[in-house]
Design a protein around this ligand. Sequence first.
Ligand SMILES: Cc1cc2nc3c(=O)[nH]c(=O)nc-3n(C[C@H](O)[C@H](O)[C@H](O)COP(=O)(O)OP(=O)(O)OC[C@H]3O[C@@H](n4cnc5c(N)ncnc54)[C@H](O)[C@@H]3O)c2cc1C
Length: 393
Amino acid sequence: MNENTMRGRVTELLRAYPPATTDPAVFHRARFDAGLAWVHFPEGLGGLGISRDLQDVVDTELRSGGAPLNPAGHIGIGLGMAAPTILAFGTAEQQLRYLRPLWLGDEVWCQLFSEPGAGSDLAAVATRAVRDDGGGWVVNGQKVWTSSAHVARFAILLARTDPDVPKHRGLSYFVLDMSAPGVEVRPLRQITGEAEFNEVFLTDVRVPDTARLGEVGDGWKVANATLSSERVAIGGDQADRESGMISKVAQLWREHPGVRSAAVHDRVMERWVAAEVFRLTGARLRQRLATGAPGFEGAAMKVMFADLAQSISLLELELDPDGALQYDDWALVRPASVDFLSRGPGYRYLRAKGNSIEGGTSEVLRNIVAERVLGLPGEARVDKDVPWKKVPR
Ligand SMILES: Cc1cc2nc3c(=O)[nH]c(=O)nc-3n(C[C@H](O)[C@H](O)[C@H](O)COP(=O)(O)OP(=O)(O)OC[C@H]3O[C@@H](n4cnc5c(N)ncnc54)[C@H](O)[C@@H]3O)c2cc1C
């Protein structure tokens, strides 16, 4: 299939379901069923089984045709982490069951990875999954920082199934039904005032063996597929020039002559250029993904994204110190997604702090770039060959 055929398909969709007069939910369903949701996914699962680079053509044509946007915000974890993992490791039944409602936003997903003692060192997770008599699993443990758990229908869950082998080898990966008995979700309040993430307590939660993704003991391999998709998902979207956080600073600069000085000009320009580099690197990352050779750009992009968000939001505060310090809302709300642009500069500044922690801290991602891209010596790993249960905690 070439670009022209692809454009033809989008035109057909737009003709059959004119965005101006079609309910967005109906449009999304039609788009998924036409294979234009994620074109590299198989036919019948929202795709056409073709090269991923044609997705950009679809997205561009849909945007210029006024199509409604897929509600990506609250389904970011589903789209960016659960879906690629289910595609790579799920059975045909699992793919058929989960992918359509996930993409349509009918079912929200969350990620039950981090624990109080296992964040950067994710392979250290202590949540236990033990076989029950019927061949299923009983799960006990505590997860933390779980974005969207309060609205999630399903979770991707990393749990320890064998404590007698070294940490990376004793893990398995499951899909968890968040409505199962024994799942308790408690809000965790953030520096912004709101609680977009949670603690999740798992007490004798029963998980059928059919909800396993990948082989027993292969959870680390599956989790790594999720993590590399997670880093690509951050910054992997198509974006317009001067969109995102930099748009706010550019707007301030243009509309408020009072903030302008030569020094400020330099700082605005520096960030504007960095934002553009980030955007174009994202485009190149998508091209590399399309050829099936993503490399480790995802890790570098994630570090870049965090640095940029923090430096732009700080500059925005500095340009408008009086306004910015009037924080707009301390109410404990539990949003389903992060919306940087509709809130004030104070919110952007505080929320950007999390960008260098969520999805892997910048320090750890720099380690990944150092070791796997630059080939520098790795960190000493003292627990590599020690059974997990013997590692002091
Ligand atoms: C907004 C937000 C949303 C999140 N959402 C989710 C979610 O939905 N699901 C989920 O499972 N998790 C989520 N997390 C958790 C996140 O992935 C972890 O917080 C992160 O991996 C860091 O782990 P930690 O908090 O245990 O810190 P630690 O691992 O304890 O790290 C503490 C500090 O030590 C540094 N450090 C640790 N190891 C090294 C090393 N080897 N070299 C150099 N420095 C090191 C870290 O970089 C950090 O600065 C979220 C976090 C945030 C902030």
